[in-house]
Every structure is written in C-alpha cells, then in structure tokens.
Design a binder for this molecule. Sequence first.
Ligand SMILES: [Fe+2]
Length: 291
Amino acid sequence: MTDKVLDPVALSDWYVVATASEIEPGRSEQTRLLGLDVVLRRNTEGVCGASLLAGDGAERPMTSIVERYGLIWLCLGTPRREIIAIPEFDESQRRVIRRGRIGVATSGQRVIENFVDLSHFSFVHTGTLGGYDNAEVPEYRVEFREDATELWATECRFMQPKASAAAGAAEDVLYDYRIWSPYISVIYKDSLVCRGKKDLICLFVQPLEETVSVVHSCALVHDETNSDNHILHFYHEIFAQDRSVLIQQLPKKLPVKPRRDIPTISDATSIAYRRWLDKSGLEFGLDRSLP
Ligand SMILES: [Fe+2]
C-alpha cells in the first residue's frame, strides 16, 4: 500500500471496474483499483458485491457498488456524488458497442488528456479521424459546468476522412467533449447516419495503479449497416494507435502544470484539464513535482 492510496479525493469517486456481463452468477474476479486488491463477486441470485482484500487475505465488504449502463461501478470510500448521468444508454435508437477492457501502462489522466486532444487526430489517426491536409485545429470553447465539477470543450470542429465505421466520405464533424471526472470522459459527436443526432463514445478508465490503467469503453452509435465486429475493429484500430503513443509519454504521471512550451488553440482543453486536476486536490496519478 502506498501513501497515494489514502488520497481522499480519489477514494470518494466512482470508477468502472468491469462490464456487468463479464461476471456471471456464482463467479468472482479479482482486480485492482487505486493500488488496492478488490474482489468482485456475483452471487447465484445475480447480485454483485465487492470486497477489499487485505494483505492477510481477509475481505472487507464494500457498500458502494452499483450496476449501471451494463457496467459495474465501485467507490472505495464515501461517494461525494452520484454516478455520471448518461441518459442516452436508456434510449433505443443507438447501438451499444462494448469495446471490452484494454490495458495501458500509463496514468489514467494521460489516457483522458489524449482522448480530448484534437491536435493528435491528423498525426496519430491519419486517414480516419484526421489527415495531414487538415491538421489545423479550429477555435473551440472550454467551459466548466455543474458547479465546476465537469469540464467541457464544445463546438470542436474537425475535418475527418472517416469519422466512424458508418462514415462514407470525409466530413467536417462537430464534437463536444465532456470530462466528468479525472478518469471518465464522453464524446458527443455528430452522427453521419442520423443527421442532427449524436453518437457517444464513453471512456471509463480504471486506475489499477498510478501508472497502470485499464480502459473500459462503450460506443453508442447510429449504425444499421455494419456488424458489431466491423464497428469494434474500427474502434480497436483507433485505440491501438492511441495506445502506441500513450505508452511512450513521459512522465507517466500527468504533470498538473500546463506544458511550458507556447500553448496553441489545440492545447486549451489540456491546459484547462491540468488546472482543474490541480485545483481538485487529487494526488493519485498526478506529478506535482514539476515546476
Ligand atoms: Fe486518439
């Protein structure tokens, strides 16, 4: 156990620790959260519980465990708020594509910062989410909502050669980014199938350790033509590209101070995210040593 485990800000928040269907009745699974061993167990009646596993093997039952959106949510302390509201999960017109869990050897904050960074599209996702001919990031808005508990970047516009598995041609796509917690973000993106509607891409990072993460992800998309496999392959290719960049970034813990080089428009979300993290009092996964 490290000191960071006692981080009260980290302990009072909600994390996704599994897809609900992954733990069948009568089965259990051991995982990690915030540097601690956790056992998830579903009884034969189908109710899922969680325990904290001590060094001597003793289990301490956790009470803050909830199944929502087909995911298992856990808070190791006293939750300071409700789980994120994503009403689109209850609407019937989108398909829910669950991308499973993908391990990444870096902090969750690095994963989220990359997720909300528009400038990497052209160089990391060349040919799908961006292209060398349209690398410039147009101006967008950054604002705090819900009493500054959420950070949003809105009116983000980007020319994308293939914005989704269902996309037929290059289009200028409008994005809103919602950062609900240091480890959870949702993209609301123009659907190219149902005009005027949004597709959602949800990223739920489970911080196993400060610099080891598991990414649980769901896409809620309007798409009546492509198979689940085809859509999954599209997103897996995108995330494989992100992952190859993420594992190279140093330091792995995210410095809370904005980068020292001259900021550009595309850095506005990153700068706001780091300042927001700094003010939150969170320690876990952050590098506060740099000037
Ligand atoms: Fe990316």
